[in-house]
Design a protein around this ligand. Structure first.
Ligand code: GLY
Length: 382
């Protein structure tokens, strides 16, 4: 699954990555200035010149006028439904409100809606699209790094349950993804770093050369210098497109994309899905824990977890339980939270472990006593 960064080609003009899923295949366009000139690309996917934009208050304040102008330029009628920002918007109540608003906006079965925002908006609007009138098409215009490299691609949509994250949802592929790299300039540094964790994930799970490249070029990705940012997004999207094309509904290899997520989701749940620990931060801590746990189980050589942690810290990310603010529950409680994980099979937890950088594997063969001992050890260092 090696996708050396040297094989990628992209320049100022942007690039396109194809997600090959037969009749549900679609393009991911990546590059600067896409938003301002997206009317033509969007228009190609509309049955009639009418759409509804789903966004949040933050993105609306910064970028909605640019999108609206681009649609106006192509004579596309549009309404905008502006949701509150934040993970709590991925709820039954907000989903019901959104579906009603889309119906009020006159969205019909053959129409296409636009999810314009970060992962929360993409997941929520995508799920609304999956169920509205038994399914309408949708376009993803992701505005965070996390959404551009991960959540906008692959068709996972959904909301959270009080019992856990993303437990209610559907696979529903977008018909187009537009990742405008310029919109990332308005992203707060902490949000950008959170997305960087998902970018690093592609190197850590299957592409050691990409992780090496990030170690050399991560500062340019973070600061938006040169082509590094676009290249990192392209390599990430190519990796994700390849995995999704092979295993759309996560029967096998797609589970690798959850590297760090079993630990990370438990930490997010334990910290209340909020500002204490952003999703990407939970993934960063979770990935280092997956490396440390793999090391403890004898799968991975010593020192590699420290190398991963050092790189993530340089990107401004937390890389251990010590760096998660506030109290955390005891190990057994964290394991109980993990039991709600969607990857659990026949009551057994699924983990993504590693043999080294770029060598992740899926296993249900994790001894719970070893897991609890490991978590107790990690917690004791707080
Ligand atoms: N974010 C993991 C996946 O799309 O499968």
């Amino acid at each position: 699954m090696n996708d050396s960064v040297n094989q990628s080609s992209c320049g100022d003009a942007g690039t396109t990555v194809r997600v090959g899923l037969d009749e549900r295949s679609y393009d991911i366009h990546i590059g600067p200035g896409l938003l301002a000139r997206c009317g033509g690309l969007v228009g190609k996917h509309l049955d009639r010149p009418k759409t509804a934009i789903v966004t949040d208050e933050n993105v609306a304040g910064l970028h909605l006028p640019t999108l609206q102008a681009a649609l106006n330029a192509e004579g596309i009628e549009h309404s905008a439904i502006v949701m509150p920002p934040g993970e709590t918007t991925k709820s039954y109540d907000h989903l019901a409100h959104l579906c009603d608003e889309l119906l009020r906006a006159g969205i019909e079965r053959a129409d296409t809606i636009i999810a314009f925002g970060g992962g929360v908006i993409g997941d929520l609007a995508g799920f609304a699209a999956a169920i509205l009138r038994r399914g309408v098409n949708f376009i993803q215009i992701p505005t965070t790094l996390l959404a551009q490299v991960d959540s906008s691609v692959g068709g996972k949509t959904g909301i959270n349950s009080t019992l856990g994250k993303n437990l209610i949802g559907a696979f529903h592929q977008p018909v187009l993804v537009l990742a405008d790299t310029d919109v990332l300039d308005t992203l707060p540094q902490r949000q950008f770093a959170a997305g960087y964790a998902e970018t690093a994930k592609y190197g850590l799970l299957g592409d050691a050369a990409f992780f090496d490249w990030l170690e050399d070029n991560g500062h340019n990705v973070l600061q938006g210098h040169g082509h590094a940012r676009q290249r990192a997004i392209e390599v990430s999207c190519r990796a994700k497109a390849r995995i999704v094309a092979e295993d759309e509904r996560e029967g096998g290899v797609r589970a690798l994309l959850n590297l760090g997520h079993t630990f990370g989701h438990a930490l997010e749940a334990a910290t209340g899905y909020g500002e204490r620990l952003l999703h990407g931060e939970g993934v960063a801590v979770g990935m280092v824990m997956a490396f440390r746990f793999s090391q403890g189980c004898g799968h991975c050589a010593d020192g590699i977890a420290d190398r991963v942690a050092a790189h993530l810290r340089l990107a401004g990310l937390p890389a251990s339980l010590n760096e998660v603010p506030g109290p955390l529950p005891p190990a057994r409680e964290l394991v109980e939270i993990m039991r709600q994980d969607k990857k659990a099979k026949a009551g057994k937890l699924t983990f993504i472990l590693v043999r080294g950088i770029g060598e992740a594997f899926v296993t249900q063969d994790v001894d719970e006593t070893e897991l609890i001992d490991f978590l107790e050890q990690e917690l004791s260092q707080r």
